[in-house]
Write a protein that binds this ligand. Sequence first.
Ligand SMILES: C[S@@+](CC[C@H](N)C(=O)[O-])C[C@H]1O[C@@H](n2cnc3c(N)ncnc32)[C@H](O)[C@@H]1O
Length: 155
Amino acid sequence: MLDLGCAPGSWTQYAVKVIGPKGLCIGIDLQRVTLAISNARFVQGDAFDEPTIVKFAAESNIELFDVVMSDMAPKTSGIRVQDQTRSFDLCVRALDVARARLRPGGNFVVKFFQSGEFDNYLKMLKPLFAKVEIFRPKSTRKSSYEIYIVGLKKL
Ligand SMILES: C[S@@+](CC[C@H](N)C(=O)[O-])C[C@H]1O[C@@H](n2cnc3c(N)ncnc32)[C@H](O)[C@@H]1O
């Protein structure tokens, strides 16, 4: 599986338990992750840098991933429109990665900061998956714009 925006590594720590010792999670983040986990590999890099993803997938003998997840978030500036735009760009990038590197039948999850682009994003995502679900964890603060979009069974 591929974990975009993995630092400091909480999602990865949970994911490796789910995938088990035979699975492998590759995490990419601008920040360095120092955790030592036997079935995870961390890459310090930019998710927009396609050669980085290709190189590390190839080194782990992965052609296509079973799961692509993205918790990528920009450093917030406090300027809401700017932060929403940056967040949207990261979500679009995550979807591009899933389009190219997720195997047919594979699953995708992305954290999305709700904005006027929400419907546009769903329009991009829906044709790629058999089923799309939107999820807001109970633990999310009421004031938060955070929402999770899950694409199941890539077509
Ligand atoms: C909310 S944190 C992720 C938390 C992580 N999922 C965890 O469970 O520990 C968001 C991360 O997205 C990363 N990020 C932002 N833009 C990125 C990019 N272009 N490429 C890779 N990572 C990026 C940030 O560096 C930050 O560590």
